[in-house]
Design a protein around this ligand. Structure first.
Ligand code: COA
Length: 331
C-alpha cells in the first residue's frame, strides 16, 4: 500500500546554457579525435562552454530566475535553497549561499550537495523530505555545473564528453491530490570512488605546484568500467523507483536518463524493454553536464510540449561515487 504523505508539487522549472558552442570539429583542432569518433561513440555533437570569468553560481542564478518566473513566485516566497554541484565557485562558501545573495533571498538556509551526476535526483529526495516533514514549504533546487573548468583539455578520452549548464526547479507543499513526486530511490557505493574523480584540491592532495603540473585538478575516468556500472545501476534505480511509486513501466510516458553517453542510454532502454521514442535525448547538444542533465532535459521536455500536465515521467541518474538514483514524477 502506498502511504499518503503530504504532497510535493513541482511549480516550475528553468534552464540556462552559456552561449558559446564547442563543436566536435573545434575539438579536432585541440586533441587527436574526430567528429565521427565522438558522434558514434558518445552521441555528442556540441556542448556549451562558459566564459572564464563566469562562475557556476551565475548559471545557477539564470536558471533559477526562469524557474521562479515559471512558478510565478518571488524569491521572498522561498524557504530553502539547495544547489547540487561538483563544480562550485569555490570550496566555501557554498554556491547555494552565493546564489542566495544573487537572488536577494537573505536569511533562508542554503547549502550545496555533492552527489556528482546524481546530484539533482538526490536533491529532489532531500527537498521532498524537508517539505513532507513540514520544516520548509517552498524550496529552490538547482543543478549547476561548469565541467569545462575541471576538464583536462589535452586528454581526448574525457575532454570530448563534458559541458556546462544549469537547471532549476521550484517545489512546494501541496495537497496529496496535487502531488508531483511519486517516488525517489537513491544508492551509492564508495568502493568505486577511484574510477571517476578529481584527485587534488581537497585535503588528500592539497594544491601544490606538483598537483598542478601533474594535472591532478581535472577529471580522471576509467571509461569502460564507468560505462558498465552506469548501465547496471541506472536500470536498477529505474526499476526500484517505479516499484516504490506503485506503478509499472508501461505507466511512464517519458524516461529522462542522465545524458552521459547515447550508448549507455540505449543499453538502459533495451534492458528496461522500452523504445527509444519513450526516452528523452538532448546529449547531442549538451554533452554530459553532471547534476544539470536531468533537470535541463526535463525543462526542455516541458517547454517543447513533449510532456504536459498529468504525464508521468521518470528521471534516472548515475555518477561519481558511484552514486545512482531515480524519481517518478507526475507533472
Ligand atoms: N577520439 C578518438 N579516439 C579516442 C578518443 C577520442 N576522443 N577517446 C578514446 N579514443 C580511443 C582510445 O584511445 C582507444 O584506442 P585504442 O583502441 O587504440 O587503445 C579507442 O578509442 C577505444 O577506446 P575505449 O576507451 O575502448 O572507447 P569506449 O568505446 O569505451 O568509449 C567512452 C570511451 C569514454 C566514450 C566510454 O567508455 C564512456 O562513455 N564511458 C562512460 C563515461 C561516462 O559516462 N562518464 C560519466 C558518468 S556520470
Amino acid at each position: 500500500m502506498i502511504e499518503k504523505k503530504p504532497g510535493v508539487q513541482i511549480l516550475g522549472t528553468g534552464a540556462y546554457f552559456p552561449s558559446k558552442v564547442l563543436t566536435n570539429s573545434d575539438l579536432e583542432k585541440i586533441v587527436n579525435t574526430s567528429d565521427e569518433w565522438i558522434t558514434s561513440r558518445t552521441g555528442i555533437e556540441t556542448r556549451r562552454i562558459s566564459d572564464s570569468d563566469i562562475p557556476t553560481s551565475e548559471l545557477a542564478f539564470r536558471a533559477s530566475i526562469e524557474a521562479l518566473n515559471t512558478a510565478k513566485l518571488t524569491t521572498k516566497q522561498l524557504d530553502l535553497i539547495l544547489v547540487a554541484t561538483i563544480t562550485p565557485d569555490m570550496l566555501f562558501p557554498s554556491t547555494a549561499c552565493l546564489l542566495q545573495r544573487r537572488l536577494g533571498a537573505k536569511g533562508i538556509p542554503s547549502f550545496d550537495l555533492a552527489a556528482a551526476c546524481s546530484g539533482f535526483i538526490y536533491g529532489i529526495s532531500i527537498a521532498r523530505s524537508f517539505i513532507q516533514s513540514g520544516l520548509y514549504k517552498t524550496i529552490l533546487l538547482v543543478g549547476a555545473e561548469e565541467l569545462s573548468k575541471i576538464t583536462d583539455w589535452t586528454d581526448r578520452t574525457t575532454c570530448v564528453l563534458f559541458g556546462d549548464g544549469a537547471g532549476a526547479m521550484v517545489l512546494t507543499a501541496s495537497s496529496y491530490k496535487e502531488n508531483s513526486i511519486l517516488s525517489t530511490f537513491l544508492g551509492a557505493d564508495g568502493d568505486y570512488s577511484n574510477l571517476l574523480y578529481v584527485p587534488a584540491g581537497g585535503t588528500l592532495h592539497p594544491t601544490t605546484n606538483e598537483t598542478v603540473v601533474k594535472k591532478m585538478h581535472t577529471i580522471k575516468m576509467e571509461g569502460k568500467q564507468v560505462f558498465k556500472m552506469a548501465v547496471l545501476k541506472m536500470v536498477y534505480a529505474a526499476k526500484k523507483a517505479i516499484e516504490l511509486s506503485g506503478l509499472q513501466i508501461k505507466d511512464i510516458k517519458l524516461f529522462i536518463p542522465h545524458q552521459a553517453n547515447i550508448r549507455i542510454i540505449k543499453a538502459v532502454a533495451e534492458k528496461l524493454g522500452i523504445s527509444m521514442q519513450q526516452v528523452f535525448i538532448n546529449i547531442y547538444k549538451t554533452g554530459n553536464i553532471s547534476s544539470a542533465t536531468t533537470i535541463t532535459a526535463l525543462d526542455e521536455a516541458i517547454k517543447t510540449g513533449k510532456i504536459k500536465k498529468g504525464d508521468i515521467v521518470e528521471l534516472i541518474s548515475f555518477g561519481s561515487g558511484f552514486t545512482w538514483g531515480a524519481t517518478v514524477i507526475q507533472l
